[in-house]
Each structure stands twice: as C-alpha cells, then as structure tokens.
Design a protein around this ligand. Structure first.
Ligand SMILES: Cc1ncc(COP(=O)(O)O)c(C=O)c1O
Length: 406
C-alpha cells in the first residue's frame, strides 16, 4: 500500500512550501551568470589563515581541545555569552549572560521564537517587504501576517499602532540595513516604534544580522539599546537576534537571542529538547576568532563591501533608465530596485538569465501579501567590482528594452 504522505504530515509542516523561483535561481550559479541574487557573504573575505590558527591552537591545547569536543550546556558557552554581553554593552545595551542564548545561527532563533510566540490564529507584524527566511521560519506556525508599509525612516507608525490596537502583540523588525531593501530606521522612528510597542504591551523581535556592516559614519543605537527600562535587563519589550554569519563565517552557525530571562528560560528548554546545544568546538572557535579579529576584521569587511556598494550605485546611476528607482543603503549587502509598475520582475528574471546573463531575486517573495511584482533585490556582496558594473549595464539595457516594448 502506498503511503498517503499528505495525510501523515501534519498541517503545520504542510504550511512550508518551496519557493517557485528556486529552480530558476539555480541557473544563477553558472559561471557565465553575473549573480546579484545571492544573499551570502563574499567567501574571499573569510579570514582563512586566522581560522587555521584558531582551530590548530585549540586542538594543540589538550584540556581546551578535549573540552571543545565534548557536550556542553544548552545556554551556550559562558565565555562566549560574556563576550556577546560585553559587545552589547559597548553598543549601549546592558544585558547579563543569563539574557543570552546561543543558537544555530539567527535562523534558529527565528524558528524558536516563532514556536514560542506564534500559533495558528495569532498575528505577527512584518515589514513590507521583509526577510523571506523569517516568514519561512514563522510560517510553520501558520500565523496571520500583518504587513506594515515602510517609508524612508522606517515602518509607518500609524499602521504599526493600528495593528497593535487591533490586538497583534508581536512584530518582527529589522532596523539596520534590512534584507532585502538595505533600508535603516531613523533614530526618531526607532523611538516611536518602541513607544507604541510599550503602550500596547507588544514584543519586538529585532533582527540585528547586518548591524555591524555599516559603511557611512556612526551606527544608530539598536532597539535593544534604546529599550532601557530603569537598568533592568529583564524589563524590556525587545528580543534581539544576533549572528556571526555576516562578520566571521556563516558555516560556524553561531547566532544568539538576547531577551528577558523568562523568555531565555523557555528557549533553553526548547533548545535542550531540540538539539541539546550548538557545536561546542564552533562556539569555542568563534569566541577565539572574535577575540583575535575584532574590530580590525570588521573594518576590512566594511571597506570591501563599501567599495562594492559604491560600484553598484554608480553603475545604477550611470545606466538605469528613468522610471527605475533604488535604495541607497548605508550598510548591509542589498539594494532594492523598483521598476515601472508594468514590469513583472519574475518575467524579467527569465529574460535576464537568458539574455543579459544577470541574476537577481524578484521582490514579490519578500512581501507577506505577495505585492511588489515590480521590485527586485540586488546583492552587491559576492561579485567582483568589474563584474558588478558590467552586469548592471546589461541589466539596465534589458530593462530599457522591456520598458519600451510594453
Ligand atoms: C536578516 C537576516 N536574518 C537572519 C539571517 C540568518 O542568519 P544566520 O546565518 O545567522 O542563521 C539572515 C541570513 O541571511 C538574514 O539575512
């Protein structure tokens, strides 16, 4: 008898669906394609020699090496959490190590927070557009999404307030160099977001994945840092997700959740039940690498990515036809393109791969309401500057042609 998998697999798991553009984007991996589609760091910037030293030193130390190959506590290594707490304190957010849980990347933090705070029938506010991976993580719980429009300063406060007033109690927000648009919130908007969240007793999940990749001047304080409630690290309404994926290497799979203690206590139980703990050896290596490399390595990343961002912006300025607009991000890895209304970026991608040999991610997937068919995400992170310029030139020529055709 053939098994009826659709009857066996529970509804929550059936809520996960594959992205329809995934197959198309497989083509983007071919060498002849200039790919602005990837959402990954530039591997040429990984500090290979330092990791070589870090892992060798660790294994050369009998006691530390053996400890690092052993099971460890679900919360994460205390020394690593202390490093993160010190780093948070330097950014203005004073938290104890008991407010920090090490996770398998920020992505696991999103999954766990979704399982902690969401269920079918509950709502969550997301930006329009938002990080697709967050919606994928949350969708397993089948929540209802409440999309909030963004202006140049951040989420439109009236819409956020309206959502809270109707009873939504969770918002997923990315104030710094957002994936996919590269946009950041102004200081005033950060404060306004916190004020409405506090007024309605709502919790904010702050995604800080890109916060250290700032290219123009000083970083604004995070929502976590601004959420100071009489010096009590357990009284705030912000839960922040951090990661070493963008500053050290994603393959370490080291992320963290910073939250009031009652939340961390629950998450620790979930972590224990789910996968016990994050790889001890990778936590130890990440700590040693961070101690050894920061802040110098981050300065190097900023210089390299700033150059790539500037190259892409200059090419967009030089080649894009009228009617196409784009963000000018102050950090992160992405530029967001808005095409004339009648151009569907998914159709454009098919021709772009074939014709212009350029890949990007059509923007619709990043909208909870499937709007944004005329938008696209461009990453400047992985291609070399020369290829960025010529790729944008070819894409612009294609858009000009398509624009005139319709
Ligand atoms: C905004 C955002 N949050 C979280 C993640 C997940 O990162 P990690 O590698 O730490 O799981 C990513 C990865 O691209 C991201 O872009």
């Amino acid at each position: 008898m053939t098994l009826q998998w659709n009857d066996l697999i529970v509804r929550d798991a059936r809520a996960l669906t594959a992205s329809e553009i995934r197959d198309l984007l497989k083509v983007a991996e071919r060498p002849e394609i200039t790919s602005f589609a990837g959402g990954v760091p530039d591997p040429a910037l990984f500090p290979l020699d330092d990791f070589n030293t870090v892992y060798q030193d660790l294994m050369a130390d009998d006691a530390a090496g053996r400890r690092s190959l052993q099971y460890s506590i679900s919360e994460g290594l205390p020394a690593l959490r202390q490093w993160i707490a010190d780093d948070l304190a330097a950014s203005g957010a004073k938290r104890d190590i008991d407010n920090i849980l090490i996770t398998c990347g920020a992505q696991q933090g999103l999954d766990m927070l979704g399982r902690l705070l969401l269920e079918s029938g509950r709502e969550i506010v997301v930006e329009k557009p938002t990080y697709l991976g967050a919606m994928q993580a949350f969708s397993m719980r089948r929540p209802d999404y409440v999309g909030v429009d963004m202006d140049a300063d951040g989420p439109v406060i009236e819409q956020l307030e309206a959502a809270f007033a109707k009873g939504t109690r969770v918002a997923y927000l990315a104030p710094d160099f957002q994936n996919p648009t590269g946009r950041s919130y102004s200081l005033e908007r950060r404060l306004a977001v916190l004020e409405v969240a506090r007024n309605y007793g709502a919790v904010i999940l702050e995604d800080a994945a890109y916060c250290k990749l700032s290219y123009d001047g000083t970083q604004l304080p995070s929502l976590l840092a601004l959420d100071e409630t009489q010096g009590d690290p357990n009284a705030g309404c912000v839960i922040q997700l951090g990661t070493f994926s963008k500053t050290l290497a994603p393959a370490l799979r080291i992320g963290w959740v910073t939250a009031p203690r009652p939340v961390i206590e629950r998450l620790v139980l979930m972590k224990q039940a789910g996968d016990l703990h994050v790889s001890t050896v990778n936590q130890e290596a990440a700590l040693r690498a961070a101690r050894r490399l920061f802040p110098g390595h981050i300065e190097g990343l900023r210089d390299a990515y700033r150059h790539k961002r500037d190259t892409m912006l200059k090419a967009l300025d030089d080649f894009m036809p009228e009617g196409v607009s784009y963000t000018r991000p102050e950090g992160g890895m992405f530029i967001w393109l808005t095409l004339p209304d009648h151009i569907d970026s998914r159709k454009l991608l098919e021709v772009a791969l074939d014709d212009a040999k350029v890949a990007f991610v059509p923007g619709q997937a990043f909208f909870c309401d499937h709007s944004g068919s005329n938008t696209a995400r461009l990453s400047f992170a992985t291609e070399k500057p020369e290829r960025i310029r010529s790729g944008i030139e070819r894409l612009a020529a294609l858009i000009k042609r398509v624009h005139n055709q319709y």
